[in-house]
Design a protein around this ligand. Structure first.
Ligand code: NAP
Length: 255
């Protein structure tokens, strides 16, 4: 008989960074439907986080709570783990989804950009893993890092972001070894899912790929839900560890 996942996961807690909107929010909704209580982390998107929290709590009372933190601040990272534990007393799943993302062509790179892009995409996930480690060890939980296929392919004009995501992939593999057998660590590497959340100084978002075939082998971009399904798969498949799962419609095959 197939187990009802919403019952199996009842009372479990998933902390998802950057989950007020877009891919993070989709993962939050999906895992909430699967029975998890959701620690919704945000930095600037307080209104969106609170709206989503209300939506989830209307479905199941006390099943979502918002936590603010600037993940470039190490003390705030520790506090985020502490606040989640104060509220729910446990963490079963940590999803490092928050990310800064913008072009850094070689000629224009600055140290500040590196601090920001490496900070949110690699350093913050490492320190949040550290802060959540005791709780995840107790729950025999798992970590999922949201990476990018650019980590392995590289990406023109996105040098620092791609370098930071490559570090995140290595964090995934190194911690999968170090934290086994108690905690599994995997990553998801999306291809083209949602248009970027920034505009350039001339107001034009010139990273949108005009040729649909360049988006994937399937001619169309993925959906945020495709990433959420992948996250659920990695949580449920307890023999998967140290993997970086490409969810890219085959785009990686084109390189
Ligand atoms: N979109 C895609 O097609 C695509 C493709 C490949 C990989 N990915 C990866 O998938 C994940 C989600 O993508 P997305 O496009 O949904 O992300 P996004 O909207 O660009 O960013 C997600 C969240 O990260 C948070 N964030 C940024 N800097 C932060 C900081 N210093 N402290 C705390 N939070 C911070 C922001 O929270 P606030 O809004 O609350 O400030 C933002 O809402 C990312 O890791 C991204 O690299 C996405």
């Amino acid at each position: 008989m197939k187990a009802d996942l919403s019952t199996v996961n009842a009372g479990k807690v998933a902390l998802i960074t950057g989950s007020a909107a877009r891919i993070g929010a989709s993962i939050a909704k999906h895992l909430h439907k699967a029975g998890f209580n959701i620690a919704l982390h945000y930095n600037h998107s307080q209104h969106a986080a609170e709206t989503l929290s209300k939506e989830l709590n209307d479905i199941r009372t006390n099943s979502a709570y918002c936590f603010e933190a600037d993940l470039k601040n190490l003390k705030a990272i520790q506090q985020l783990a502490k606040n989640t534990l104060t509220h729910w007393d446990k963490i079963d799943v940590l999803i490092n989804n928050a990310s800064s993302f913008y072009p850094t062509p070689l000629n224009d790179i600055t140290e500040e950009q590196w601090q920001d892009l490496a900070g949110t995409n690699a350093l913050a996930p490492a320190f949040l893993c550290k802060a959540c480690f005791p709780a995840l060890q107790l729950s025999k939980g798992c970590i999922i890092n949201i990476s990018d296929i650019a980590a392995s392919t590289g990406r023109t004009d996105f040098l620092f972001y791609s370098m930071a995501k490559a570090a995140l992939n290595n964090l995934t593999r190194s911690l999968a070894r170090e934290l086994a057998p108690d905690i599994r660590v995997n990553a998801i590497a999306p291809g083209a899912i949602l248009p970027p959340n920034f505009s350039t100084s001339d107001g034009v978002n010139n990273t949108t790929e005009s040729d649909p075939l360049s988006i994937s082998c399937l001619n169309y971009p993925g959906k945020a839900e495709d990433i959420a399904y992948a996250a659920e798969f990695l949580i449920n498949n307890t023999y998967t560890n140290g993997q970086v799962l490409n969810v890219d419609g085959g785009k990686r095959l084109k390189f």
